[in-house]
Design a protein around this ligand. Structure first.
Ligand SMILES: [Mg+2]
Length: 209
């Protein structure tokens, strides 16, 4: 079984952020204010820390008008659907199809606001490629633990070194890989083993199963 993260692993999240940005700017929000409040809004609800949503962003920007909120939400949805499959990195579909051809189960495990994550999945038409889809708002570990109990070989692919480090230390039987995306630099923090293209996973799996 192969478990994929969504944002910056399969999905070009920087492009998604730019598409949201354009809609707010068109509604008169100052660019600097947009980005400052964008990142602040991730953490304003303790039960879903680290998850962005338009509703959280509206509240931190004091956008109260239901009409304006509706206009921005509709425009974001429209633009995201227009972009569609372009959000997926080029290696995503070929790799998943090859894994399925080899009878590997493929799971999507993502942390985020349910509505935002579902918009990403619907716009890219990627749901049908997964055997299971799990969206969590806080911690991925309970899901990973459950999956690893049911699967002898479990590979976990994520762009986030710290999440992988926690996974490796708490559930050492899971085989973790860092995916490095050039439009999403990782900075000082790193993790080994890493890949630069998802297709590299296929070869590595051959030696594990
Ligand atoms: Mg990610």
């Amino acid at each position: 079984m192969v478990v994929f993260d969504l944002d910056n692993t399969l999905f070009k999240t920087p492009l998604f952020k730019q598409d949201i940005y354009k809609v707010f700017i068109a509604h008169g929000i100052d660019p600097e204010v947009f980005w400052k409040t964008f990142y602040l809004s991730y953490d304003i609800e303790p039960q879903s820390k680290g998850c962005y949503s338009l509703q959280k962003h509206f509240s931190i920007l004091n956008v109260d008008s239901p009409i304006v909120k509706q206009e921005i939400s509709s425009k974001v949805t429209e633009n995201v659907y227009t972009r569609g499959r372009e959000y997926l990195y080029v290696d995503v579909l070929p790799t998943i199809l090859e894994l399925k051809r080899r009878d590997e189960k493929v799971v999507l495990l993502t942390k985020g606001d349910k509505e935002s994550q579902e918009l990403k999945l619907d716009a890219t038409h990627i749901r049908e490629y997964f055997d299971e889809i799990k969206i969590v708002s806080d911690n991925k570990l309970p899901v990973l633990k459950e999956l690893s109990q049911k699967n002898k070989v479990l590979v976990n692919i994520n762009n986030h070194p710290d999440e992988l480090r926690v996974c490796s230390s708490k559930i050492p039987q899971i085989i973790c890989f860092l995916i490095k995306r050039s439009d999403y630099p990782i900075g000082d923090s790193t993790f080994s083993p890493s890949v630069e293209n998802l297709s590299e996973i296929i070869d590595k799996l051959k030696h594990k199963t």
